[in-house]
Write a protein that binds this ligand. Sequence first.
Ligand code: ATP
Length: 228
Amino acid sequence: MSLLQVGKLEAFYGASQALFGVDLEIAEGELVALMGRNGMGKTTTVRSITRMLRSTRGEIRFDGKDLSVLPSFKAARLGIGLAPEGRRCFANLSVNENLMASARSGPWDIGKVTELFPRLGERMSQSAATLSGGEQQMLAISRALMTNPRLLILDEATEGLAPVVRQEIWAAIARLKQGGQSILVIDKGFSELRAVADRCVILARGQTVWTGTPEGLTREVETEFLGV
Ligand code: ATP
């Protein structure tokens, strides 16, 4: 059974329909890349899965449970941890307070996240507002990990970061995958995504238009759906 099963998903912002049939599956321990040009529905798919957007139709099952009827805090409790686009840490709280605010029991704790991101460990009492963009992204990922999620979702995992920091984030993602973490990741770094993903799912105009392994993602597919 899949950990996450999304089928024929449609989503609406008021009267405006944004998703027209998204199909997406994630097996336990799998890393799936959700790809597509700007505005194709990736973030809307994430908002639908996490139930931040509740105006949806179609199937969203997590560990066999019907998510489509749940509010977002219940989806989080079932084990979906999100590092959202734009990071959204509590700017006025310290790194430590940010981490503790999302902590739930399980293997991930302050010790483990600072092992993954040693720089955070050096900044525990600093307020999140004073962190660099890369450190804020490390904090956002760590906050999601502190919930001890069965599925970690990273929306725009490295957006706006310097190349050297992006490499650090990709290395951490690879480590998480090696540790068996199930991950859904969105990013504009297609080559980095392909290097780390087990499978790629491409959206165009709010629909799944291609699913396959990174090896199967040919230049023709890239040109047609990703504009590369
Ligand atoms: P990007 O890579 O630019 O973040 P995306 O693939 O994540 O793009 P979405 O942000 O999911 O795409 O947008 C999908 C569609 O939904 C777009 O047509 C967008 O204009 C629309 N949309 C997104 N957010 C809203 C909103 N809050 N209200 C109305 N329409 C929205």
